[in-house]
Write a protein that binds this ligand. Structure first.
Ligand code: IPE
Ligand code: IPE
Ligand code: MG
Length: 263
């Protein structure tokens, strides 16, 4: 089913078709999280201002969101703006926010036609009113969709998320049952979602930059030198294939077939 949906979108005889046919659709990562990095370097290589890299990065977002939905991924999380990214120049930040609003307006139909549910994780309350309004609209219009959950991490920090979870936990009063990992994770922004199986980072940096610190405990990490604006379906399929070759051990001595790519 997923192969068919993907192939319907891939030119026959293209290298992407061969890649798609190699994938085992019964063992897909349930949740893919991506640190979209390298927009500034993409622009610098072309002697363009950094914001042109962000603009070009939108094409990669479009491609990856639809490819993931067609492939049958349950959850896709894209890291779009960290709590640390406020250190950047005001002009760059306002362009990023404007691009986000534009993306949501232009892509709503694609989200709807692919049955994608849009969701924001992060301290969205600190974003400006116009951005919040667009985000709310995107979430409301796609709320009844039943296909892929598309999380966008905005004003997101892994440590901030854990602190926010503790605050909510404290505010919720004395718990009826003792706190364990499963109960604690219900206070995170990603409550009810599976943890990422596959974490992708573009542009070659070997760090997690405060992304989903709790949730990536056992994620398989795949780093590519490709800069985010150049990332396409082809790269996503490569990452999924690499993931399917990994042995996930979860601290044991053999891979646990049940847990591998558990859905
Ligand atoms: C990722 O690209 C986009 C965001 C963090 C918003 P960068 O802007 O970090 O690009 P580089 O890392 O400087 O190349
Ligand atoms: C991570 O990229 C944040 C996002 C992709 C939104 P950064 O470019 O901000 O990370 P560092 O500064 O290289 O660690
Ligand atoms: Mg960067």
């Amino acid at each position: 089913m997923s192969l068919e949906k993907l192939l319907a979108w891939i030119p026959t005889g293209s290298p992407d078709e061969a890649l798609a046919r190699e994938i085992d659709f019964d063992r897909l990562p349930s949740h893919i999280a991506i640190i979209m990095d390298g927009n500034g370097r993409w622009a610098a290589r072309r002697r363009l201002p950094r914001v042109e890299g962000h603009r070009a990065g939108i094409d990669a977002v479009r491609d990856v969101v639809e490819s993931s939905a067609r492939a049958g991924i349950d959850v896709l999380t894209l890291y779009a703006f960290s709590v640390e990214n406020w250190k950047r120049p005001a002009g760059e930040i306002s362009t990023l926010m404007a691009l986000l609003k534009r993306y949501l307006r232009l892509e709503l139909n694609t989200l709807l036609s692919n049955n994608i549910r849009f969701h924001v994780i992060g301290r969205a309350e600190d974003l400006s009113a116009d951005v919040r309004q667009e985000l709310q609209r995107g979430m409301a219009k796609t709320a009844s969709n039943t296909g892929m959950l598309f999380n966008i991490a905005l004003n997101y920090g892994g440590r901030t998320e854990i602190v926010d979870a503790v605050r909510r936990l404290v505010q919720s009063g004395v718990p009826a049952e003792p706190i364990d990992e499963a109960r604690f994770s219900q206070f995170l922004y990603t409550a009810g979602q599976p943890d990422p199986d596959l974490l992708i980072r573009t542009s070659g940096e070997m760090r997690v930059s405060n992304f989903l610190l709790w949730q990536i405990a056992y994620a398989e990490i795949w780093v590519t030198d490709t800069l985010w604006p150049d990332f396409r379906r082809h790269d996503l399929l490569e990452a999924i294939l690499a993931y399917q070759k990994r042995e996930r051990r979860y601290g044991g001595i053999t891979s646990a077939p049940v847990a591998l790519g558990a859905k």
